[in-house]
Write a protein that binds this ligand. Structure first.
Ligand SMILES: *Cc1c(COP(=O)(O)O)cnc(C)c1O
Ligand SMILES: [Zn+2]
Length: 388
């Protein structure tokens, strides 16, 4: 599986390289001639659409990797906003509750095929839970590096899958690079946010959407943090276009939380390069990466498809989360950003009345232990008089 740089086209067959000499992340080379010439008729899991990407795909085996993806695409009229028709891709239906299972599944399956038995990741959230679960399913040894101040309920969700858990002090961004280095030396496969295998697996979210709609929506909207999922989405669109299966690609629209928005800020400035920000607190805890390793690639994806990168504040995210809940969907704040983004995308004329937008509800989330229930929502009554 040759790896190639999206920016300078440098190639390598070294399956442990994740970054190019130019500094940008590598991804797997896609071969349009290796892809089938039509869409599959059914989408039960990510493995049904993965061949469309035109990469060497590993075999899914059984257990969690086999079950990843295959989420429905749901037309949700009650979320239509300002004349834009909304479809939702509920990624919370994945085995551990987020799209990360797609990337984990590809990574675990590919590592198994190489006879590797040790994986790791640097994460405090959904990716940690996903990798720990995937490794457990495959009987692999797993090391998860978490920040020292991680909340207990998150730690518990990761710990129940039995990985080696290591709390680390210091700069969590730098840790990403150090872990890759140490892992390479020790023969531990780190399935971090922009590992080429993870990105290829996460390309299946967009592949599924395009197959399920049998057409491109006007816009595909997803929250972005490291830029790994955004990169996979662009990889999918490029592969299908290259294979002649997509006439007009969707606009790729990415959303960040205003408190920590390095990619949206670079987009607004017209830069080609994402620079790290200080980064403040936001309720959208899954997308607060102040120094995104695939940020510049995500920025390029938005520009190349006439999409955009926008930021929304916590109040708007909260309101959007309530609208999702009212539509019957439990999503975490990171995912609610997609609905909050429709207004700024309309204002920027990226979306127009009559357009179709697919919102990728990336995860279900851990639940918020601090969430207050307003007491007027809860009644006190005798059961006998309930419906009197
Ligand atoms: C990881 C994650 C994201 C961001 O994905 P990146 O690939 O890091 O950009 C968004 N939403 C949820 C729920 C996530 O877990
Ligand atoms: Zn390069």
């Amino acid at each position: 599986m040759t790896r190639v740089c999206w920016r300078c086209d440098a190639r390598t067959d070294d399956h442990r390289r994740v970054r190019c000499d130019c500094g940008e992340p590598l991804w797997l080379e896609t071969d349009p001639d290796a892809a089938p010439d039509s869409f599959p008729t059914c989408v039960e899991s990510m493995w049904d659409v993965l061949p469309l990407l035109g990469v060497d795909s590993p075999s899914p085996g059984n257990g969690l990797p086999a079950a990843a993806g295959g989420t429905p695409l749901v037309r949700t009229e009650s979320l239509d906003t300002d004349g834009v028709a909304v479809h939702v891709k509920p990624e919370g239906l994945n085995p551990t509750g987020s799209f990360k299972d797609r990337g984990t599944a590809f990574g675990i399956a590919a590592a198994l095929e190489r006879g590797e038995d040790r994986v790791g990741t640097v994460s405090h959230g959904n990716m940690a839970e996903s990798v720990a679960a995937g490794a457990a399913a495959a009987g692999m040894d797993c090391t998860v590096l978490v920040p020292a101040d991680i909340a207990d309920e998150r730690l518990a969700a990761i710990a129940r899958h039995g990985p080696r858990l290591v709390r680390v002090d210091g700069d969590y961004g730098r840790l990403y690079h150090e872990a890759l280095e140490v892992g390479r030396e020790a023969g531990v496969r780190f399935l971090n946010s922009d590992a080429p295998w993870r990105v290829a697996g996460q390309a299946t979210t967009a592949l599924e959407v395009l197959v399920q709609l049998d057409d491109a929506p006007d816009a595909l909207v997803l929250p972005v943090s490291s830029g790994g999922h955004a990169s996979g989405t662009w990889q999918a669109v490029r592969a299908l276009t290259g294979a002649g299966l997509l006439d007009s690609p969707p606009k790729l629209c990415f959303v960040q939380a205003a408190a920590c928005a390095p990619i949206a800020e670079a987009y607004a400035r017209g830069d080609d390069e994402v620079t790290p920000v200080e980064g403040g607190e936001t309720i959208a805890y899954s997308i607060a990466n102040a120094d995104p390793p695939s940020g510049s690639r995500a920025l390029a994806a938005a520009r190349a498809t006439d999409g955009a990168v926008v930021a929304v504040d916590d109040a708007a995210i909260e309101r959007a989360g309530e609208r999702f809940a009212g539509a019957g969907l439990a999503v975490e704040p990171a995912s609610a950003t997609t609905l909050a983004a429709l207004e700024p995308l309309r204002d920027a004329r990226v979306l127009d009345r009559g357009d179709t937008a697919v919102l990728v509800a990336t995860g279900r989330g851990f639940g918020d232990p601090d969430a207050a229930i307003e007491t007027e929502h809860v009644e006190l009554a005798a059961v006998g008089s309930l419906f009197a």
